[in-house]
Design a protein around this ligand. Structure first.
Ligand SMILES: Cc1cc2nc3c(=O)[nH]c(=O)nc-3n(C[C@H](O)[C@H](O)[C@H](O)COP(=O)(O)OP(=O)(O)OC[C@H]3O[C@@H](n4cnc5c(N)ncnc54)[C@H](O)[C@@H]3O)c2cc1C
Length: 314
């Protein structure tokens, strides 16, 4: 009785969140099958299991209903008792579509799961991780997403065994490949906010939509992505999918560089899992400064371009 794990790619490699999803899938004890849209640069990076790789000729980029329909087909084909994905925007969206297509219940933000076909016990995060809930999911197939900071991902080597790659062409219905225009414009294969190793955050202090150019440059140089506070999305300077926080995305990067962000509790709920935080703020009393390991007291419009120039020099 297999458990499927949806593996999202960051530049051809499995995202950290997906490695956590695989870790939870493996903790259930049965065989695990990974489902990938696109091409894994190194299949052994997911550890020993069957990999169902959907080529771009069948589904090109992110199409949530097509991804969900593919998973539904594999659940039936393999007799899977569970499907696990990372609790990213995409993971949650695809699993919600899968629930709608199959009539199965879904539990989001799980930190641990046990049990077997029919009845799973789980612990999941509520209120942006402020509360842990014990729950039971009674269903022939459990649909689960795994909180981005739930478990340390088991390295592929520890999950050794044969890796078999199957090219999988799903049968899709008309309209399954529809993608929201905003998603298409955002591109399909980049690094996602939830699993990025570096996030350059911008808040009200950035001053407007145009002020994000230097932050984007800095993020590019560091191999990261831009994240923002809610003020920024409410003002329409950046899209909501870039929001960090209680009502946005929870991030767990190695480095979070918070520029012109005051550090409201609802923002901290989304970035407290960052390994290192550096704050750049003109107000030494901003709460963000006390959450940061290093704080630069200054005008971000001077500090960020200076950082970009220093990195370019290197
Ligand atoms: C139910 C609820 C849910 C919420 N969910 C979220 C959420 O998910 N994410 C989120 O972020 N917020 C959320 N909020 C909003 C939150 O309470 C704050 O209002 C918001 O985070 C503040 O955004 P900010 O830090 O960008 O702006 P501000 O609080 O206005 O802070 C701006 C900061 O920029 C600094 N600054 C200004 N100019 C410069 C400069 N030139 N150089 C350097 N620093 C400068 C200032 O000193 C200040 O510290 C939520 C609120 C509620 C009620």
């Amino acid at each position: 009785m297999a458990v499927l794990a949806l593996v999202e790619l960051d530049n051809g490699e499995p995202s950290d969140g997906s490695l956590r999803a695989l870790t939870i899938a493996r903790s259930l004890g049965g065989p695990v099958a990974a489902v990938v849209f696109g091409t894994l640069a190194s299949p052994e990076a997911v550890g020993g299991c069957d990999i169902y790789q959907v080529p771009a000729s069948a589904v090109d980029g992110y199409a949530p209903v097509a991804w969900a329909r593919t998973l539904a087909g594999l659940v039936a084909e393999l007799g899977a008792v569970g499907v696990v994905a990372a609790s990213t925007d995409r993971g949650n969206e695809v699993m919600a579509h899968l629930g709608a297509l199959t009539g199965l219940p879904m539990a989001a933000n799980c930190v641990s799961v046990s049990g077997s076909a029919g009845e799973f016990s789980l612990v999941r995060q509520r209120w942006a991780g402020l509360l842990l809930e014990d729950a039971t999911l009674s269903a022939p197939v459990a649909l689960l997403t795994v909180a981005t900071d739930a478990v340390a991902p088991v390295p592929a080597l520890a999950a050794a065994g044969p890796v078999t790659v199957h090219e999988h062409k799903p049968s899709l219905a008309a309209g399954d490949l529809a993608v929201l225009a905003a998603e298409a414009a955002a591109g399909g294969g980049g690094v996602s906010l939830a699993t990025a190793r570096v996030v350059v955050g911008g808040g009200r202090g950035v001053g407007g939509a145009d002020g994000f150019k230097p932050l984007e440059e800095l993020a590019d140089l560091l191999g990261g992505v831009v994240g923002v506070s809610r003020v920024v999305t409410s003002e329409g300077w950046r899209p909501h999918r870039q929001q960090v926080g209680q009502t946005g995305t929870k991030i767990t990067p190695e480095l979070y560089l918070a520029c012109g962000i005051s550090g409201a509790i609802q923002h901290i709920a989304g970035c407290a899992g960052a390994k290192h935080i550096i704050a750049i703020n003109s107000d030494p009393g901003a709460p963000m400064m006390s959450h940061a390991e290093y704080a630069v007291i200054g005008d971000l419009h001077q500090v960020v371009p200076a950082l970009v120039a220093a990195l370019r020099d290197r």
